[in-house]
Design a protein around this ligand. Structure first.
Ligand SMILES: Nc1ncnc2c1ncn2[C@@H]1O[C@H](COP(=O)(O)OP(=O)(O)OP(=O)(O)O)[C@@H](O)[C@H]1O
Length: 302
């Protein structure tokens, strides 16, 4: 199990009756930015905690940088960076003291990378952490995580709550690192425009199961958007193969499906649909259609 920086096999994590991860088999190769996407409760954080050895799986196994998550050595732990949305830092310290502390802890610390990444943000080192804005704290956190030169960097919703300017800086800093330092970045986000800009691979988790692991473009190909003149086939539509959602708009029915080819259009025509056409969609719409399909709600929405 050494060709992948992250590998899981049949990974299962149950909390009582609830399964946060279900028989998850996943391989993430070294290098690149891999986005992990899923609805709330899909199991993303449980996956990270299990990979890092914080949670013990109910079944299956996982490795991180070739070592079992159950017995990660301090050496391997030191090669993994983790940044989440909370950007937890000692609030009472000045930024420069936090930086000095981190520097002393990490022998691989790279000052040039730190300076490059922090330059995307307006952080005054003499300022107390408690006085930094959320975006500045995120920047400081990211700069320190990257200066440690991790081989794997897990970013768990790092831009949550950041304004558009801070988010832009954050994304640019991440892209700079990926091209200059060959870090494998695992990027967990609900922001599709971020995923579209950054990710080479799109991993989709749904209720603890792996639903996709491909390039974002290949995923968009998996979702089809059909429009046709309205016919009263609502109940039949829901039973068709690959059905995700439907909506009636201005006398036309708009239907989303997964993994269907032209024959689906033919099925619609046979049901009586007129002027069936297939429309292009973007990543955000494709992911939303996919993720909302299994949500409990009165009626589907596109
Ligand atoms: N310690 C725990 N005890 C009980 N249930 C838990 C625990 N941790 C997670 N779960 C459950 O496991 C499921 C997956 O949770 P997890 O936090 O991994 O999801 P997530 O994809 O990270 O969600 P979000 O996007 O909301 O952060 C949820 O249904 C959650 O309630």
């Amino acid at each position: 199990m050494t060709n992948y920086c992250i590998e899981t096999e049949g990974l299962t994590k149950r909390f009582g009756k609830k399964s946060a991860l279900k028989d998850l088999t996943l391989e993430i190769p070294y290098g690149g930015i891999h986005a992990i996407v899923g609805s709330n409760g899909a199991g993303k954080s449980t996956l990270f905690r299990t990979l890092l050895g914080v949670e013990t799986p109910s079944a299956g196994r996982s490795t991180l940088l070739g070592e079992s998550s159950l017995s990660l050595s301090p050496e391997v732990r030191g090669r993994v960076g983790y940044v989440n949305e909370e950007h937890t830092l000692p609030l009472w310290m000045r930024a420069k003291s936090v930086i000095a502390m981190q520097k002393s802890l990490y022998p691989e610390w790279n000052e040039e990378i730190f300076n490059q990444v922090i330059s995307y943000f307006d952080v005054d080192p003499s300022q107390k952490v408690s006085g930094l804005s959320r975006g500045e704290r995120a920047g400081l956190n990211l700069s320190m995580a990257l200066a440690q030169r991790p081989e794997v960097l897990i970013l768990d919703e790092p831009t949550l709550g950041l304004d558009v300017v801070a988010r832009q800086s954050f994304l640019e800093a991440v892209m700079f690192t990926e091209t200059h330092d060959k870090t494998t970045i695992i990027y967990c986000s609900h922001q599709m425009e971020e995923i579209e800009r950054l990710a080479e691979q799109l991993i989709i988790l749904e209720k603890g199961e792996l639903k996709n692991n491909s390039s974002p473009d290949a995923f968009v190909e998996r979702v089809q958007y059909w429009v046709f003149n309205h016919i009263d086939v609502t109940n039949q539509i829901k039973t068709l193969p690959g059905y995700l959602s439907h909506k009636a708009i201005d006398g036309q029915l708009h239907v989303m499906t997964a993994d269907q080819g032209d024959e689906f259009g033919q099925i619609l025509s046979e049901l009586g649909a007129a002027d069936v056409s297939r429309m292009p969609i973007n990543l955000e719409r494709a992911v939303n259609a996919f993720l909302t399909a299994n949500h409990n709600k009165p009626d589907s929405a596109l």
